[in-house]
Write a protein that binds this ligand. Structure first.
Ligand SMILES: Nc1ncnc2c1ncn2[C@@H]1O[C@H](COP(=O)(O)OP(=O)(O)OP(=O)(O)O)[C@@H](O)[C@H]1O
Length: 210
């Protein structure tokens, strides 16, 4: 049984086709590392799977409300403290305790500090800790280690391994090796759409979200 199944997916960005004919599945406990050169469509794929933009065509099958997306922006509330940020997201997503998330990304000492007074790496750690309080099984991660130092990369890799060990799954666009020996690699280079071709719009396609 897979948590996520993608069939014959075609996606576009800025009105141009980026990827076509993409098929893959993601099973519980599995990590899939997205590879491909700059502009290959890694972010576009993650945004599409997260529901932030519609696909041009194809099928995306997964249980409802199982996707948690961590994109380039940390999505923090700057005036709230570290603990308040996590409590906020916990309340939105169903009430998980924030202690394990604070511990996983070494944020306990920073719990009372407002998010706007964190360094870039600390903000990133908080943005990633947020994943744990969502309780969602499929993590979509776009360059999650940006701004992280070596120790924090190791913390994040451990958190991700814990998520996989609990039956979760992850699709990760990353240029660095997270040490996930069991991870499969999905190279998007092989699914590149004709770059000169304008995307054919499906019914109801809204350019503003592409
Ligand atoms: N906001 C945008 N408006 C229009 N086109 C965009 C926009 N963002 C990206 N694109 C284009 O969409 C295509 C796919 O970009 P995408 O960001 O998905 O690639 P990526 O594989 O994530 O790249 P990178 O490794 O540089 O992060 C590229 O050709 C890019 O130029």
């Amino acid at each position: 049984m897979s948590l996520l199944a993608v069939r014959d997916l075609a996606i576009a960005r800025g009105g141009l086709s980026v990827i076509e004919g993409l098929d893959f599945t993601l099973a519980p406990g599995e990590a899939l590392v997205l590879r491909g050169p700059n502009g290959a469509g890694k972010t576009t794929l993650l945004r599409t799977l997260a529901g932030l933009q519609p696909p041009l065509s194809g099928q995306i099958d997964c249980e409802p409300d199982q996707i948690a997306y961590a994109g380039h922006s940390d999505g923090l509330k700057p005036a709230l403290t570290v603990a308040e940020n996590l409590n906020f997201w916990s309340a939105v997503f169903g009430g998980s305790a924030i202690g394990p998330a604070l511990a996983a990304m070494n944020l306990a000492e920073l719990a009372p500090r407002p998010a706007h007074r964190l360094s870039a790496g600390q903000k990133r750690r908080l943005g990633l800790a947020r994943l744990m309080v969502t309780g969602r099984s499929i993590w979509l991660l776009d360059e999650p280690t940006v701004s992280l130092d070596t120790a924090s990369v190791a913390l994040f890799a451990a958190m991700l391994r814990g998520h996989l060990a609990n039956g979760g799954a992850a699709l990760v666009a990353t240029h660095i090796d997270l040490g996930l020996v069991e991870a499969r690699v999905l190279d998007l280079s092989g699914f590149r759409a004709d770059p000169g071709r304008k995307a054919a719009r499906p019914a109801g396609f809204n350019e503003a979200f592409a």
